[in-house]
Design a protein around this ligand. Sequence first.
Ligand SMILES: [Zn+2]
Length: 66
Amino acid sequence: MKVKCVICERIDTLQDENPLAKKLRNRPIHTYLCDECNDRIATKTKENRDPETYRLHHLLNKEADF
Ligand SMILES: [Zn+2]
Protein backbone atom coordinates (compact mmCIF):
# COMPACT_ATOMS: atom_id res chain seq x y z
CA MET A 1 0.00 0.00 0.00
CA LYS A 2 1.07 3.59 -0.59
CA VAL A 3 1.35 5.95 2.36
CA LYS A 4 2.07 9.65 2.52
CA CYS A 5 4.19 11.23 5.22
CA VAL A 6 2.26 14.05 6.95
CA ILE A 7 5.36 16.22 7.34
CA CYS A 8 7.41 16.05 4.15
CA GLU A 9 4.61 14.53 2.01
CA ARG A 10 6.93 11.86 0.75
CA ILE A 11 5.11 8.85 -0.66
CA ASP A 12 6.34 5.55 0.66
CA THR A 13 5.26 2.06 -0.24
CA LEU A 14 4.71 -0.39 2.57
CA GLN A 15 4.62 -4.12 2.07
CA ASP A 16 1.25 -5.59 2.96
CA GLU A 17 2.98 -7.90 5.44
CA ASN A 18 4.46 -4.89 7.22
CA PRO A 19 2.79 -4.57 10.66
CA LEU A 20 2.73 -0.79 10.15
CA ALA A 21 0.73 -1.21 6.94
CA LYS A 22 -1.80 -3.34 8.77
CA LYS A 23 -2.04 -0.71 11.48
CA LEU A 24 -2.46 2.14 9.00
CA ARG A 25 -5.16 0.32 7.09
CA ASN A 26 -7.35 0.60 10.18
CA ARG A 27 -6.46 4.22 10.81
CA PRO A 28 -6.58 7.44 8.78
CA ILE A 29 -3.67 7.64 6.34
CA HIS A 30 -2.48 10.93 7.81
CA THR A 31 -1.03 9.16 10.82
CA TYR A 32 1.95 8.01 8.76
CA LEU A 33 5.41 9.46 9.28
CA CYS A 34 8.36 8.40 7.17
CA ASP A 35 11.47 7.13 8.94
CA GLU A 36 13.30 10.39 8.41
CA CYS A 37 10.60 12.55 10.02
CA ASN A 38 10.06 9.96 12.69
CA ASP A 39 13.70 10.22 13.69
CA ARG A 40 13.67 13.99 13.46
CA ILE A 41 10.61 14.26 15.69
CA ALA A 42 11.92 11.70 18.16
CA THR A 43 15.12 13.72 18.50
CA LYS A 44 13.36 17.08 18.76
CA THR A 45 10.83 15.73 21.23
CA LYS A 46 13.65 14.60 23.45
CA GLU A 47 15.26 18.04 23.24
CA ASN A 48 12.06 19.92 23.88
CA ARG A 49 8.78 18.42 24.95
CA ASP A 50 6.64 21.53 24.41
CA PRO A 51 5.21 21.45 20.84
CA GLU A 52 4.62 25.22 20.71
CA THR A 53 8.17 26.01 21.76
CA TYR A 54 9.39 23.42 19.31
CA ARG A 55 7.45 25.10 16.52
CA LEU A 56 8.92 28.52 17.36
CA HIS A 57 12.37 27.05 17.69
CA HIS A 58 11.94 25.40 14.32
CA LEU A 59 10.84 28.66 12.66
CA LEU A 60 13.71 30.61 14.21
CA ASN A 61 16.20 28.01 13.07
CA LYS A 62 14.75 28.19 9.56
CA GLU A 63 15.17 31.98 9.47
CA ALA A 64 18.68 31.76 10.84
CA ASP A 65 19.62 29.54 7.89
CA PHE A 66 19.01 32.34 5.41
ZN1 LIG B 1 8.61 12.58 6.16
